[in-house]
Ligand binder design. Structure first.
Ligand code: IMP
Length: 426
């Protein structure tokens, strides 16, 4: 029986992780975010009510799971506080259950301004970031200039460190990017107030996780974005700034590989991407439009329409291996119910080996295998025996191609709309 489960997106994000985390969180004693920030948007529908979480672990909608934000997460204090207050306004108790690592890099107003200025300066090569300051905050972490949440909660440390950050960023904004400077005093005042509000929730997240593990408690690690947005393994430079693959769990929460018992990869039955960057199976035709319409493909964080295409088994197989995936959860299979034939990309033409970065990715032309579509509605199914035979054949072929088993299907937005073949917690 698995005691510690990791949930990761295996495509470009938006695979439907939030719902699965919410489902499994009911079995967990702790739910942990370990990378990314409020660029994520995890949509949960419980009792017909939709909640979108950006940085608070999806376990917050259960009544017992401890919610932990590990050191690998970049935290915008204003966004976190707004999210806490929004949940509280809906009667959900958050503060006593939330543990935040004081080592989390802080996203300040200057990071958001820089994110926007950098995107503008990239022109046609813009990454299409969420504009949340994620990249600049991780840059400051790597350059060892950035402030951590611990600094915000200590007035003397904040005063000592913030000026240098603001000076540097304002120099970049005005002299390099030809943009307006940020108001340093405003950022300092906000940061001090926010640091004080967040301080009671500071916790030794890594230590707590070690204790939970030793006590035999169930832990769920909640990935954000998807593996193809990983800064090292994704479609660089059209990626996010963190390791969205399994290594991020260890560095972003402070646990060892032996502390992970099961890795669940979440994969949409087709593929979507928001923002720019290569997407070999992207469709610009009626099929793509039907996927977008049936799948309601709009970004949970920015509301941007998502690009749609067929499932890419070449990329998926690679991500299965990088992450050591134990089993897959296929989401939104019902979106394909309307197609007479479904396609799977089984090879790339135009590139030698697996693409290294955007240049190689953009040369990759998909080679498709076609499979018959299925008659019947898979939405809301909970019983594997009721799956149409052609849908089973599609899933069997997928398993064969990527050399990993399908353990779950998500068949609708509601918490209980799933077919569970093997439960990750056993
Ligand atoms: P950033 O993470 O805001 O720097 O954006 C970098 C890239 O990652 C852009 O293409 C974004 O659209 C994409 N991205 C970031 N977060 C998410 C997410 O949660 N879902 C899907 N795409 C995302």
């Amino acid at each position: 029986m698995a005691q510690s489960v990791v949930i990761l997106g295996t495509q470009w994000g938006d695979e439907g992780k939030g719902k699965i985390v919410d489902l499994l969180a009911h079995e967990a004693d702790a739910v942990v975010r370990f990378q990314g920030g409020h660029n994520a948007g995890h949509t949960l529908v419980v009792g017909g009510r939709k909640t979108v979480l950006h940085v608070i672990p999806s376990g917050v909608l259960t009544d017992r799971a401890r919610c932990l934000i590990g050191n690998g997460v970049v935290v915008a204090p204003h966004a976190l506080i707004e999210e806490i207050r929004g949940l509280e306004a809906n009667g959900i108790e958050v503060r006593p259950r939330l543990g935040i690592s004081p080592a989390c890099p802080a996203i300040l107003g200057c990071h958001e301004a820089l994110d926007r200025a950098k995107e503008r300066s990239r022109g046609k090569k813009a990454i299409g970031t969420t504009g949340r300051g994620i990249g600049p905050a991780y840059e400051d972490k790597a350059s060892r200039l950035g402030l951590r949440l611990a600094d915000l909660a200590d007035p003397a440390r904040l005063a000592d460190k913030l000026d240098a950050v603001i000076d540097y960023h304002n120099f970049l904004l005005t002299r390099y990017y030809d943009a307006d400077p940020v108001d340093g005093q405003q950022i300092a005042d906000d940061a001090a107030r926010q640091g004080e509000e967040l301080k009671p929730m500071f916790a030794d997240v890594t230590g707590e996780l070690h204790d939970l593990r030793r006590a035999g408690r169930a832990i769920l690690f909640e990935g954000a974005q998807g593996s193809l947005l990983d800064i090292d393994h994704g479609t660089y430079p059209f990626v996010t700034s963190s390791n969205t693959t399994v290594g991020g769990v260890m560095t972003g929460a402070g646990v060892g590989p032996g502390d992970i018992d099961y890795v669940l990869g979440i994969t949409k039955a087709y593929a979507t991407r928001v923002g720019s960057g290569p997407f070999p199976t992207e469709l610009d035709d009626a099929d793509g439009r039907m996927m977008a319409e049936r799948g309601v493909e709009f970004g949970a964080t920015t509301g941007r329409p998502r690009r749609c295409g067929w499932l890419d088994a070449v990329a998926l197989k690679r991500m299965v291996r990088i992450n050591g995936i134990t089993g897959l959860c296929i989401t939104k299979l019902d979106v394909l119910d309307a197609f007479d034939r479904v396609r799977i990309c089984v090879d790339y033409e135009g590139v030698d080996g697996f693409p290294v970065g955007a240049e190689e990715w953009s040369r990759a032309r998909p080679v498709y295998e076609d499979m018959p579509g299925w008659d019947g509605d898979t939405q809301g199914l909970t019983d594997a025996d009721k799956l149409p035979a052609a849908a089973c054949a599609y899933l069997d072929r997928l398993e064969e191609l990527i050399e990993a088993p399908v353990h779950m299907l998500s068949t609708g937005p509601e918490r209980d709309a799933n077919v569970i073949l093997r439960h990750p917690f056993g």
